[in-house]
Design a binder for this molecule. Structure first.
Ligand code: AMP
Length: 419
């Protein structure tokens, strides 16, 4: 039997309403903040991600689905959206149409990671990017939007972590301090962290190994070395979050190890999803657009993992949805009325009612069972004595009340069902 590829999964009809529910809330919240949806292709030229995410990151060095297409172009299935959105922003000169572009997306992503609970090789993210302003209010807005979405989903057990990475110059100064601090401890770090010492020293903070964490506990903190502008902006973010009642923790180990990330970074963690606990992450990237060949333009954004969010919702039982239902189930009492039933269904469906009937030549009793199973609000009987009198029988399944309607007055059925 051929199965879905490891790390991918089907979203079955029994789960889809939870996805719709999430997607609707996402669209609602982004619309509240006047963000507009952008859709980009599922694949891009590999060089976009190599430049846009950074060669030395795990994503680019280990996790991308990259292949040569038939014309020998190196193609990559998108592992994240920011680079793709920025590519599109530059390509279509969106910045000349309006100075600030507030964009959101919902899209599948692809990373060849080791699959585990909450970690897949095809997964889905929603997220936002605001391109064109340095205002720290936009940084706070990203956090507020993600938090609002989680709250509307009914999630409770959340922690918002924020940090500031400063500007490249202050970060360089800090990296030197960190190098000094680690110079006599380097030998005690794990091999992975020793590599990071040379390549990207901030990422040693990302190490999950206890001995590394023990050493890093006493390391100097980036937040204490911030430049004045980053400090003031960080204060604005904190002040705003406090004002709108979003609790947060400052976590100075929250680093994004890329040079064009600047100032604010944040993550929202759920305590209800096991080890893969980050529901979303984001931050400011004032140097990315020029890195990708655009005019120097500031930007800020975040991305959230939808599988993980739905897992958190399930574990917290944060919302329940009513069983799916339909408006009318048509029951054919006599043989030979198949096309009459289909014709009535067509009329009702054209009036935006959800309608179904039996396609399997089943008995009246079996059709009734099917009507119950599909949670029909009304059942319309077609056939029998009524039909020979030119009538149809409409039954309201909630109160059991029945009504006969002339078969030439389908509009009466429509208005009754829509009542
Ligand atoms: P990132 O783009 O790595 O900052 O990830 C943003 C969010 O996407 C994370 O907080 C997760 O919720 C989600 N995410 C990242 N990688 C995966 C994955 N392999 N499987 C499922 N969700 C993921």
């Amino acid at each position: 039997m051929i199965k879905a590829v490891t790390g991918t999964k089907d979203i079955l009809p029994s789960e889809i309403n939870r996805w719709y529910y999430l997607e609707n809330i996402v669209k609602e919240v982004f619309t509240n903040f006047n963000y507009k949806e952008i859709r980009t292709p599922v694949f891009e030229e590999t060089s976009l991600f190599a430049r846009g995410i950074g060669e030395e990151t795990d994503i680019v060095s280990k996790e991308m689905y990259t292949f040569l297409d038939r014309s020998e172009t190196s193609i990559t299935l998108k592992p994240e959206m920011t680079a793709a959105v920025v590519r599109s922003y530059i390509e279509h000169s969106l910045g000349t149409l309006q100075p600030l572009n507030k964009l959101f997306y919902i899209s599948p992503m692809f990373r060849q990671e080791r699959p585990q609970a909450g970690r897949f090789r095809q997964f889905h993210q929603f997220g936002a990017e605001a391109i064109g302003s340095t205002s720290p209010l936009l940084d706070a807005e990203m956090i507020e939007m993600s938090y609002n979405i989680f709250k509307r989903l009914g999630l409770k057990d959340l922690v918002v972590k924020i940090n500031s990475l400063g500007v490249p110059q202050s970060r360089e100064d800090y990296k030197n301090k960190l190098r000094e601090f680690l110079s006599d401890k380097k030998d005690k770090l794990t091999e992975e962290s020793r590599k990071r010492f040379d390549k990207n020293i901030l990422r040693i903070f990302d190490s999950k190994i206890e001995s590394d964490q023990e050493i890093m506990k006493d390391a100097p903190l980036l937040i204490d070395y911030l430049d004045e502008e980053s400090k003031t902006d960080f204060e604005v973010v904190k002040e705003y979050l406090t004002k709108v009642g979003i609790p947060f923790e400052v976590d100075s180990a929250l680093v994004r190890g890329l040079d064009y990330y600047t100032k604010t970074t944040f993550e929202v963690i759920s305590n209800k999803v096991g080890s893969q606990s980050a529901l979303c992450g984001g931050g400011r990237y004032d140097l990315l657009i020029q890195e990708l060949g655009g005019k120097p333009t500031p930007g800020v954004g975040f991305a959230a993992g939808m599988e993980r969010i739905l897992l958190a919702c399930e574990n917290e039982k944060s919302f329940t949805l009513p069983d799916p239902s339909i408006d009318v189930y048509l029951i054919r009492i006599d043989k030979g009325l198949e096309s009459t039933v289909a014709g009535i269904a067509s009329l009702l469906r054209s009036q935006k009612l959800s309608v179904d009937f039996d396609y399997l030549s089943r008995s009246t009793k079996a059709q009734m069972r099917e009507a119950n199973k599909s949670n029909a609000k009304y059942v319309l009987f077609i056939g029998g004595e009524e039909y020979s009198r030119g009538e149809l029988l409409l039954k309201n399944m909630a109160d059991g009340q029945q009504k006969t309607v002339s078969k030439d007055e389908i509009n009466k059925i429509i208005s009754e069902v829509k009542k």
